[in-house]
Ligand binder design. Structure first.
Ligand SMILES: O=C(O)c1ccccc1N[C@@H]1O[C@H](COP(=O)(O)O)[C@@H](O)[C@H]1O
Length: 210
């Protein structure tokens, strides 16, 4: 798949960061709705932040093996669901919202098999694997493990920043990049300059995209 690389910034917790991300030109904003994260927000904050997001910017809710009742409460404020735990395809599909599945690239993981298993996903997010940590590790993985052609849009995540975004585009040619730690001043506190630099790096990578 070629064309412009889409960008998702994840782990927004503050109104000013939402505004700065939108001003920087982001395509999607992620809200961490897993209480184990330093970037977690509650239902009231989700409602406040989601209401600031303009049309044509996708509001993504990130869940890790969540209680379905919690997801049901969040869904009215979200356009897309991102599942980062051990959710089955049926569990991902039960909320009446488009969804993507995050896969942590453990040595024995076969992304091709996952494409078939998660046939209803709108994309597969590929992230680094660290035992016991569901995501947001700030670590990259071996991008050469990603098959050249997968029958789903690939969203590349894990340890991205302005320093390696263009290289990631050249190596993987993903549909989208997803970044959290690489645009932060501290966990959950985004940095406007780092967000702008990330978008500039993506535009630079797109000019040289394979
Ligand atoms: O950000 C979190 O706290 C988080 C918690 C649990 C699962 C996923 C989480 N974040 C996602 O992790 C990847 C990579 O993050 P990073 O750029 O390496 O910091 C990204 O998809 C976030 O959406």
């Amino acid at each position: 798949m070629s064309g412009r690389t889409r960008v998702k910034f994840c782990g927004l917790t503050r109104a000013e960061d939402v505004d700065a991300a939108v001003a920087a030109g982001v395509d999607a904003l992620g809200f961490v709705l897993w209480p184990g994260s330093k970037r977690a927000i509650d239902e009231q904050r989700l409602e406040e932040l989601a209401a600031r997001v303009p049309a044509f910017v996708t509001r993504v809710g990130l869940f890790v093996d969540a209680d379905p009742a919690w997801i049901d409460r969040c869904v009215p404020h979200l356009d897309l669901l991102q599942f980062h735990g051990n959710e089955t395809p049926a569990e991902c599909a039960r909320f009446g919202r488009a969804w993507i599945k995050a896969l942590r690239m453990r040595d024995d993981l076969d992304p091709g098999a996952a494409v078939e298993e998660y046939a209803g996903a709108r994309g597969l997010l590929l992230d680094a694997y660290r035992p016991g940590v569901p995501g947001g590790t700030g670590e990259t993985f071996d991008w050469s493990r990603i098959p050249a052609s997968l029958a789903k849009p690939v969203i590349l995540a894990g340890g991205l920043s302005a320093a390696n975004a263009a290289e990631a585009i050249a190596s993987v040619a993903p549909f989208a990049l997803d970044v959290s730690g690489g645009i932060e001043a501290a966990p959950g506190i985004k940095d406007a300059a780092r967000m702008a630099a990330f978008m500039a790096a993506v535009r630079d990578g797109d000019r040289r995209r394979p």
